[in-house]
Design a protein around this ligand. Structure first.
Ligand code: ATP
Ligand code: MG
Length: 429
């Protein structure tokens, strides 16, 4: 194939054999969010570039080097969204739905775009499920977000493979006091820092804590700790969160170096990490951003949220072989018809059955074919049963009912009784 007809590097097709697992994952999360009282919001994929610069921060990795930015035909600078929080805040402000202290518990799902080096678990178009809560400022809601994800890991069967890392960044006042202390310390060790960290020391010093460089990490061992700079309010908030996690029995690790890549966080930050995916170990990350809405032109509005990476979580389900059996089968019953008359009768019969059993996954053979070839297709479809309509069945107004997996003889079922019969052997619940 010529190069121009390939997908863009780091942007993947999700093929039919993969989509059942995606839908299972997405469906599980959506049901959970419904049950906890969250409502879905859908934002555009493209926004004005300014939105991300103002919210995420000019000197973050995302804004500095990862955004897909282009000029549209009007000359406006637009950007494919690299994350969901900025657009969500823009949307609630634009529609006034957080005004007067109204609580909003929102979630969204969809593709995000970042120009990163593609590798396992890291892509240029990737998918997130994200969640934002507005106008609740207590640690109880921070706890709810974490409790909900904990339940999710349990339902997905991956709880033992993830670990919760927690930190508090304090209010912006305590953070700036900490920043000063950190800059003073790091400046004294300037020559031992890697180049990137030297640059960050000037632009965004807290991000130095996030370094992967071993020499810089060694310098950080004795660096001032955020925990020592927390103001009373942030400290009480953090204690409140930990008490709630303890009450539910959710284990966590305090990680004073956890700062997150986006500028807008305050107080709680957290990440769910795994060692099952190699270097791309964060599957869900978030925190509180009490100053963001105001920074974006709204009234002071507390906010907290997280986003999880669907690719990484799907990869984890595959790696840990936590794939429910029922999703690998997509056909319950396969109808084979031989001859033109049987084909017509089969179509009508299938529709009658579908009327009565709307959840039945019934596939009707298309493309005619011999007895042998239709059976082969029935078997390959993964169906549990084949329905057979040939000359004999047509004459008697019955359908042959043949189990395809395991034992059981072929039986004849009257057309009128077919739906009731299928209900007993296929449709559960
Ligand atoms: P990382 O440190 O792995 O780059 P991040 O801090 O940039 O992650 P966030 O912006 O917090 O990530 O996004 C939340 C989640 O989205 C991440 O924890 C991860 O699961 C997922 N994610 C982020 N970037 C990518 C990507 N390029 N490809 C796939 N998933 C991603
Ligand atoms: Mg990143």
């Amino acid at each position: 194939m010529s190069k121009s007809l390939q997908a863009i590097r780091g942007m993947n097709d999700i093929l039919p054999e993969q989509t059942p697992l995606w839908r299972y994952f997405e469906g599980t999360v959506a049901r959970l969010l419904d049950n906890y009282g969250y409502k879905q919001i859908r934002m555009p994929i493209v926004e004005f570039t300014e939105l991300f610069k103002r919210s995420i921060g000019e000197v973050t990795d995302i804004v500095e080097k990862e955004m897909y930015t282009f000029e549209d035909r009007n000359g406006d600078s637009l950007t494919l969204r690299p994350e969901g929080t900025a657009a969500c805040v823009r949307a609630v402000l634009e529609h006034g739905i957080t005004g007067g202290g109204q609580v909003q518990k929102l979630w969204y799902i969809g593709p995000m775009f970042r120009h990163e080096r593609p590798q396992k678990g890291r892509y240029r178009q990737f998918h997130q499920i994200g969640l934002e809560v507005f106008n609740l400022d207590g640690p109880d809601i921070d706890a709810e977000l974490i409790i909900m994800t904990w339940r999710l890991w349990g339902e997905l069967g991956i709880r033992d493979a993830v670990k919760l890392e927690l930190n508090s960044l304090g209010t912006s006042e305590s953070r700036s006091r900490y920043r000063e202390a950190l800059v003073e310390y790091l400046s004294a060790h300037h020559d031992k820092l890697d180049e990137d960290s030297q640059r960050r020391l000037k632009t965004n010093p807290l991000r130095v804590l996030d370094t992967k460089n071993a020499d810089t990490q060694a310098v950080l061992v004795d660096a001032p700790k955020m925990a020592d700079y927390l103001d009373d309010e942030s400290r009480a908030h953090f204690e409140g969160l930990k008490a709630r996690l303890d009450a539910v029995g959710i284990p966590y690790v305090l990680n004073p170096k956890l700062v997150r890549g986006l500028d807008y966080y305050s107080k709680t930050v957290f990440e769910w990490v795994t060692d099952k995916l190699g270097a791309q170990g964060t599957v869900c990350a978030g925190g509180r951003y009490d100053g963001l809405v105001e920074q974006m032109g709204g009234k002071p509005t507390p906010g907290v949220g997280f986003a999880m990476g669907i690719e990484r979580l799907v990869l984890m389900l595959e790696t840990l072989e936590q794939i429910p059996e029922e999703i690998s089968r997509q056909v319950d019953v396969y109808l084979c018809a031989f001859g033109e008359e049987a084909e017509l009768a089969g179509l009508a019969l299938a529709e009658r059955v579908r009327d009565e059993l709307p959840n039945l996954r019934l596939q009707v053979n298309a493309g005619a074919g011999s007895f042998k070839s239709q059976f082969k297709k029935a078997d390959k479809s993964g169906a549990l049963y084949a329905l057979i309509l040939g000359d004999d069945e047509m004459a008697q107004q019955v359908v042959g009912f043949k189990p395809l997996r395991g034992q059981g003889e072929q039986q004849s079922i009257a057309w009128d009784a077919l739906a009731a019969h299928l209900a007993t052997c296929v449709v559960q619940g």
